[in-house]
Design a protein around this ligand. Sequence first.
Ligand SMILES: Nc1ncnc2c1ncn2[C@@H]1O[C@H](COP(=O)(O)OP(=O)(O)O)[C@@H](O)[C@H]1O
Ligand SMILES: [Mg+2]
Length: 463
Amino acid sequence: MTELTIERPNEKQRAMLEARTKHVGFGGARGGGKSWAVRTKAKLLALRYPGIKLLIVRRTYPELINNHIQILRQELRLVGTYNDKDKVFRFRNGSTLHFMYCAKDGDLDRLQGVEYDVIFLDEATQLTEFQMKTITACLRGVNDFPKRIYYTCNPGGQGHGYIKRIFLERRYEPGEDPADYSFIQSLVTDNQALLKRQPDYIKQLEALPEKLRRAWLDGDWDVFEGQFFEDFRSAPDAAKCAAAGLSPEEAAAQGRWTHVRRPFDPPAGWKLYRSFDWGYSKPFSCAWWAVDYDGRLYRILELYGCTRNPNEGVKWTPDEVFRRIREMEDQHPWLRGRSIEGVADPAIWDASGGESIAETAERYRVYFSPGDHKRIPGWLQCHYRLRFDEEGLPMLYVFDTCMAFLRTVPTLVYDETRPEDLDTSGEDHVADEWRYLCMARPLTPKSPVPAVPAPLRWGDPLG
Ligand SMILES: Nc1ncnc2c1ncn2[C@@H]1O[C@H](COP(=O)(O)OP(=O)(O)O)[C@@H](O)[C@H]1O
Ligand SMILES: [Mg+2]
C-alpha cells in the first residue's frame, strides 16, 4: 500500500478544506497559502472519491507548471501518472486531475463538452467574470460526487469586481443563492509555514506602495491599483464609524461614509432626472435620479443593456430600448405622472445614418437635452459628488438595487496614457451617463479638491 503524506494545514487552510458550500472563496491577500490549499484539497478529493474529475485553472501555462504541475507530479508519483499532452494527472483509483490555463477567451474553446465535479480557479481575480462563468458552467455530471468551485484570490486584476461582489460584499443577482457562497480570508500572517522559511516576506509586503500594501498585506478590497473611483464606498469605513461612535450598520442606515443606500420612495417634491448613454455596438445605460432639497442626487432606478457579454442577454434595438423606457415611466410608481428631465450623450443627435437615436426616442415621448461631454471636468464633478463632508454625508447616493452602477463603476481604471481620464476599454457606460448628469447640475466644491492621483503601475514586484 502506498501512503501519501499531507502536511498540516494552518487554521485558515483547515477552514477552506472543511468548507462545503458550492462556491468557496479563499485568500484575499498575498502569501496566505492559497495554492497549497488548492493542491491539498485536490489530493484529498481525488483519494476520497475514486473516479472524481477535478480541474485546476490558472491564467497562464508557466504559472500552472510552476505552481501546481511540477509540485504535484513529484508529490503524487506513487499514486498515478501525468500525461503532458492532455495535461491530466490520472490517479490509480480512477480519479483525474485536469489542468487548464486561460490567458484569453479563445482558450475557453477547449472546454467544449467537458464536465468536472470540482473546479479550482487559482488566482481567480486574474480571470475575467466572463471567463470564470464560462469555466464554471462545466461544473456538472450525473453522479454523487461533490459539485464545488474554489476561487483563490487577491484584490486587483480583471476579475476583482466580480469576486468582491460575490464573496466580500455578498450582493447577489437573481439566480444566485447566498447560501451557496462562503469566503475564508487568509493573510500572510496566517501562513506561519512561509513566515518561518522566509521571514523577510512580510517586510517585502510592508515596503510596497500604500495602495498595493493595503491590498496585498491587509487584504483591503476597496483599493486596487489604478481604480478610477477610489473614492466610491459601498460600505462605511470602520475607522470613521468608530470615531463617530456608530456601528457600521448605524452609519450605513444614516448614509454616512457610504454611497450606497437601501431604496425608499423618493418624496413627491424631489426633482427627477433621466440620464442616458447610447452604445452602437456596446451596452446602453439609462438611469433615473431624484434630487433632494439640498441638491443631493439619488440614483433610484436603471435600465442597462449589454451587447458584449453573452451572459447578459441580447441586443435591444433603439425602438425596444425606448419602448421600455416609456413603459418604466408610465408604470413605475416612482416615475408615473412625474416630470422628468432627460440628459444624454450628444452623439445621439447624429442623423448621418438616417433617423437619429434622439429622434427614435422622441417617437416614444422620451426627450433629452444634449449633455456636456467634456470628460475631465465631468469626472471632477463625479468626484466632487462622492466627497464626504465632516458628517460623512456625500452629495450622491446609489440605491443598492442599481446593479449596473455597483458592478461597473468600481471596476474602472485609470488610463495608462492620460492619467486624469479613465481607461475607456472598461465598461464605462454607466459612468458616462452619470457624468452627463453631474455636468447638468454642476457643484462648486466648498474646499479645494485634491488633485486626482496619478496611476501607479499594476505590476507584481514580488514575482
Ligand atoms: N500548511 C502548510 N504547510 C507547509 N507549507 C505550506 C503550508 N501552506 C503553505 N505553505 C508553503 O508556503 C508557501 C506559500 O504558499 P502558497 O500556497 O504558494 O501561497 P499563495 O498561493 O497564497 O501565494 C509555499 O511554499 C507553500 O508550500
Ligand atoms: Mg499561489
